[in-house]
Design a protein around this ligand. Sequence first.
Ligand code: ZN
Length: 503
Amino acid sequence: MAEGGAFERLEARLFDVIDLHGVSYLLKWDQATYMPPGGAVARARQTALLKTIAHERFVDVEVGRLLERAEREVAHLPVDAFEAAYVRVARRDFDRAVATPAAFTRRFFAHTAKTYQTWTEARPVDDWSRMVPLLETTLELSHELSAFEGPGADHPADPLIARSDHGMTVAALRPLFAALREALVPLVRVAREREPADDAFLRRPTAVAAQVAFARARVASFGYDLQRGRIDPTAHPFAIEFSLDDVRITIRSRADDLRETLFTTFHESGHGMYHQGLDPRFEGTPLADGASAGVHESQSRLWENVVGRSHGFWRGAYPDLRAALPDALHDVPLDTFVAAVNAVRPSPIRTAADELTYDLHVIVRFELELAMLEGRLAVRDLADAWRAAYADVLGVDVETDRDGVLQDVHWFSREIGGAFQGYTIGNLLSVQFFEAACRAHPEIPAEIEAGRYDTLFAWTRQHVHRHGRTYDPVDLIEHVTGGGLDAEPYLAYLRGKFGDAAN
Ligand code: ZN
């Protein structure tokens, strides 16, 4: 195709931009795993330099010209043709990158860097008041960013949501999340009244190396390719890619709580498998990423929760875990273990939340973000609003701001708006996708019980992974499920697991 050759020239230019990002991710991975603390200052400088070079190369006027010509070259192609999808996604990224004046971007990054640094000092000493003036500026800058990236948007959060969850809007998400909240609050209340499952044995000390060996073998059997990936310890787990053939995950372990290793490894392997499963042709292209934050999270939650916390999964996997950790588990029956890893215990901390309460943490944050952006909530009242929301929705007393409004890094390291919805979108989709897979292959649950995951893995690869960013998330969801983002399947799943009938 492309007699004019603009597409090929565009492709060559963007390959370098994407490789520059890959190199900066390598620096980030090293920083979060093995870099000695003394390396921090130079590393921040070097990472910023690479990001600046990548950004400058991307917003170059020549890229704009090539994009225009490439758009004409591919105009006759079907929308899901590689070249057509490439140009469409590159255009979206390019327009966003050039929408924001360089002076604003510098001001924004300088401010968020300072805010993040201050947060790392203020959080341990529970000093919310120190963050208030900084966050007030963040809110102003978030409005400016929104106006640059989505002038005329229906809601100031919409352009910020679109950064990670393209196609999702406040108008669509607010009623969906409100309905989810309405349904979850009574379920949590019922669960609280029950005797919580005994999970004390999960805190018996075990060798981290043995935990990791088990988790590593298990995610390899899920389909995470260790020839094109690796697993390393970190403080805040993540998945990261330097190319399609080097997709790493990082995990967190505790000798006195084996859940950390198990569920961070399962979770991150879902992200890693997504990236490893992209069409090999996407190497060095803007299509080489997940369709959205929410779709990415659907893959991590699928393996962490829908599979990894299910009774069927552990029927197959528990004998191996017990053999790996005999001292801790020799006297623990399967049912006790499964109940323990699903214990419902409302807590002030999102990352410690069980499956039933998790989305309430997300919805509280989503609603507070909207209230701030709509001017209904002043930053100085945020900590109190946080406490009130936790008491109301989760029945939890937030005793310190450290375990309240200061707990998550998001608002203290980036804009306010668009940071949290992807977690809940991912939970909803994890069940919608799993059910679609089981409709196509009813043998999947029995295979999982038998310790085989290849049919489910192959289904995710074919229907989700390989497409990368080819389809807009809304279209991908439609292709895969035959419908839209829907809370009902997820609620039915939670009711089946945690509702009255479950015990
Ligand atoms: Zn995740």
